[in-house]
Write a protein that binds this ligand. Structure first.
Ligand code: ZN
Ligand code: ZN
Length: 172
């Protein structure tokens, strides 16, 4: 996985992991591989624990409604992940930037990837483009990468559900 200028893949991976928390190190490794991450070290239980902590911190970013609060929470993650950016061409994947030390365990790698990816997404696309679904009983998180930046629902299914409900409320 390369961090594109908008951090899209990284922020989508964070949402995917937060919405369905991985239950084991093996599952975490499989899902990261499926998302295009190159794993250079075996994935162990510590990686899973670190990932759960990362997702807890990240969900606070999602649930922060005021922009300065949201920025402060992302900045705290960036400060903790701090490493100088470097060019790398590991795994024959072409030259790209890493914002972390080389050969980190997956837990640390994910923390830095999610912190930097989220910062790039919010700065590049808009501070408001990270939220939970507008349907009250749906807690699904999504990064809004739409053209207009006005996505309110996690899925078409939830959009339809809310439309039906608003229609019923009007005719009742
Ligand atoms: Zn890389
Ligand atoms: Zn939803």
């Amino acid at each position: 996985m390369h961090l594109n200028p908008y951090g899209e893949d990284a922020v989508n991976l964070a949402a995917e992991l937060a919405n369905h928390r991985p239950r084991g190190a093996e599952e975490l490794a499989d899902r990261c591989r499926a998302a295009g991450l190159t794993l250079e070290r075996p994935v162990v239980r510590d990686d899973l624990l670190r990932t759960q902590e990362t997702l807890d911190a990240w969900e606070k970013v999602v649930d922060a409604t005021a922009e300065p609060e949201r920025a402060a929470l992302v900045n705290a993650m960036l400060a903790e992940a701090a490493a100088y950016p470097r060019l790398t061409d590991h795994a024959d994947s072409g030259w790209h930037l890493h914002y972390r030390e080389e050969r980190q365990p997956l837990g640390a790698l994910l923390f830095s990837l999610i912190a930097v990816g989220t910062a790039l997404h919010l700065a590049g696309r808009g501070m408001h483009r990270l939220r939970r679904c507008a349907v009250t009983e749906c807690v699904t998180i999504f990064a809004d990468t739409s053209r207009t930046g006005r996505q309110r629902y996690c899925s078409q299914r939830c959009a339809n559900r809310d439309a039906v409900r608003r229609h019923r409320a009007r005719v009742a």
